[in-house]
Ligand binder design. Structure first.
Ligand code: PLV
Length: 308
């Protein structure tokens, strides 16, 4: 039995009305750890465990780390998560609830990741937050479930951080013979590392991440996400932090599910509608995110409104 669940696929009346087309939601916010990450992370952890791993090491203060912590607890494998100083108290609290050892180090993911790499000993497995073919194969199960439902979309909307979800969804589309289904890849303006890569055709290192959607804050996307531009139709879309936050609040009102701004970014494109005008049946990956609270979303919204 995999660790992730087969999530509901539901038609959204409010989003369909906003986007002037049929919008179906793949509700991965309902995964037990709060995001789609469990698909890939669970798959990677199972393979490493079968190969004898005695401990899992992660360097994500976000949903990837939470998924590793959840997988480790379920499999009885100890987990160490190295998080940067910017990680919220809420995220640390959630990691501790899963029984993971949390080490705080460095001002960004890069530094936390360096320390995590230094901890890896013989029987440990390192679980990358986005750049690993095992993750992509696990994330692809999301599309297998949609294919099994018999409902073929004419576009898929999703958020991009380091590009792991994008690679998994494209792998899933291609392995189900849906090569003709384009992907709309959404980022916030201050975390637009995939957008930057689409402009020059290769991964670009951003100087800094300025978006409040920190879960999308990979300064550089993985190579495979950029390679897929050659074999799949992928359109890059950008939204503002304010639009991502508004989408979180609106989605809570419409569907009673609270998601992070990282997921709000994809929802914002649907609420805006314009980018979807040539489609009639769109699948939106509601990727979730467990580290934001309603209070936090409102605080960010106030801050963003004061400094647009
Ligand atoms: N979050 C990663 C990578 O961050 C992490 O460490 O948790 N939506 C949510 C809620 C996420 O947490 C993430 C990634 C994404 C979307 C984007 O997924 P990706 O990184 O596979 O493109 C930098």
């Amino acid at each position: 039995m995999p660790l992730h669940i087969n999530t509901p696929l539901i038609e959204s009346r409010p989003l369909s009305i906003a986007a002037h087309c049929t919008v179906n939601l793949k509700l991965d916010a309902l995964q037990p750890c709060g995001s789609f990450k469990l698909r890939g992370v669970g798959h990677a952890c199972e393979i490493h465990r079968a190969n004898g791993a005695q401990r899992f090491i992660s360097s994500s203060g976000g949903n990837a780390g939470l998924a590793v912590a959840y997988a480790g607890r379920k499999m009885g494998v100890p987990v160490v998560v190295v998080v940067p100083e910017t990680t919220t108290e809420r995220a640390k609290e959630l990691l501790a609830l899963e029984g993971a050892e949390v080490i705080v180090h460095g001002s960004s993911w890069q530094e936390a990741n360096q320390l995590a790499q230094g901890l890896i000993k013989g029987s440990d497995a390192f679980i990358h937050p986005f750049d690993d073919p095992l993750l992509w194969t696990g994330h692809a199960s999301l599309i297998d479930e949609v294919a099994a439902s018999g409902q073929k979309p004419d576009a898929v909307v999703l958020s991009v951080g380091g590009g792991g979800l994008l690679c998994g969804v494209v792998e899933g589309l291609q392995r189900n013979g849906w090569h003709d289904v384009p992907v709309i890849a959404v980022e916030t303006q201050g975390a637009a590392s995939f957008h930057a890569a689409t402009l020059v055709g290769k991964p670009v290192q951003l100087d800094q991440i300025t978006s409040i959607a920190t879960s999308l804050g990979a300064k550089r996307v993985c190579d495979q996400a950029v390679n897929y531009l050659a074999s799949h139709s992928i359109h890059s879309e950008l939204v503002s932090d304010q639009q991502a936050l508004d989408a979180c609040e609106r989605f809570l009102f419409d569907h009673r599910i609270l998601v992070e701004p990282a997921c709000g970014a994809a929802l914002a494109v649907v609420y805006k509608g314009a980018a979807l005008k040539s489609f009639s049946n769109v699948l939106v990956v509601v990727c979730g995110g467990a580290t934001a609270s309603l209070e936090q979303i409102r605080l960010w919204a106030q801050k963003t409104a004061n400094n647009p």
